[in-house]
Design a protein around this ligand. Structure first.
Ligand code: T46
Length: 134
């Protein structure tokens, strides 16, 4: 299972840092939606689903959290704490986000607008969908 992390260019100077993300140049899909989560309560684990077609890039713009990615065969845990790093989350990957620091802001760039029908929320159904279970 290959984990793809994008390293974004930082435009730093004596004032601080700035990251700019351009569709096609920095992000491999047309960005149709941006959302972010913050003030995540202690001990909370979010996600628990896969997407049939949605592709996303997660950026922990502040604080830290962990992301578990699972393609049905393998699982990997990715530690997110760098505002200039983007984790690519392809379709057909189960994801869970957890261990959010108090100050964590997890921003997500998405290839599609919100569509509940694109979600697979049942783990057994996910395994069947990706061909890992009959
Ligand atoms: C994903 C992970 C990383 C909307 O109305 N519009 C939106 O664009 C989103 C993302 C959510 N919502 C509503 C639906 C729920 O009532 O916000 C509520 C919380 O969403 P959800 O429970 O799906 O949040 P997570 O953290 O479990 O999952 C989210 C995304 O939904 C999902 O696509 O990949 O973050």
């Amino acid at each position: 299972m290959k984990i793809v992390k994008y390293q974004f260019q930082q435009h730093g100077d004596s004032r601080g840092e700035l990251v700019s993300l351009e569709e096609k140049n920095d992000i491999p899909f047309k960005i149709k939606r941006v959302y972010y989560m913050y003030k995540t309560a202690e001990g909370v684990r979010r996600g628990f689903h896969a997407h049939k077609s949605l592709k996303q890039i997660m950026i922990c713009v502040h604080g830290s959290c962990k992301v578990l990615l699972d393609n049905g065969k393998e699982k990997k845990i990715i530690y997110m704490e760098t505002p200039y790093e983007g984790l690519y989350v392809p379709n057909n990957y189960w994801r869970e986000m957890y261990d959010f620091s108090d100050d964590a802001v997890l921003m997500v760039l998405a290839s599609e607008i919100y569509n509940e029908e694109d979600y697979i929320r049942d783990y057994d159904e996910f395994l069947k969908y990706v061909g890992e279970k009959k």
